[in-house]
Design a protein around this ligand. Structure first.
Ligand code: FES
Length: 110
């Protein structure tokens, strides 16, 4: 079991246990955080948008073109934005820190 930290839009930090092999989106749901994930990881929305801590962003695998396309639609996009459903918890990411954005856009309801 690894650890990761979610930072609320108001800046509150929450360190939680993060089981190996789950996505950041799945960990968020498991621990009760408000990260929607409307398409359940099929890259058809951007409601799982998270902002990865700069230090950790460099350790992530390169995002795919499909992920980049979806991120372009996310509100509050930053240079370290990623889709939470595409980040898998591994040993290398033990201690990962991500912030939850203030707003998301639900493409499925637009
Ligand atoms: S849950 Fe829809 S793109 Fe991640």
């Amino acid at each position: 079991m690894f650890k990761m930290t979610f930072i609320d839009p108001d800046g509150t930090r929450h360190e939680v246990d993060a089981p190996e092999g789950l996505s950041v989106l799945e960990v968020a749901h498991l621990r009760g955080f408000d990260l929607e994930g409307a398409c359940e990881g099929s890259m058809a929305c951007s409601t799982c948008h998270v902002i990865v801590d700069k230090k950790w962003y460099r350790k992530l695998e390169q995002s795919s073109e499909d992920e980049e396309d979806m991120l372009d639609l996310a509100f509050g996009l930053t240079r370290t934005s990623r889709l939470g459903c595409q980040i898998e918890i591994t040993e290398e990411l033990d201690g990962l820190v991500v912030a939850l954005p203030k707003e998301t856009r639900n493409m499925l309801l637009d």
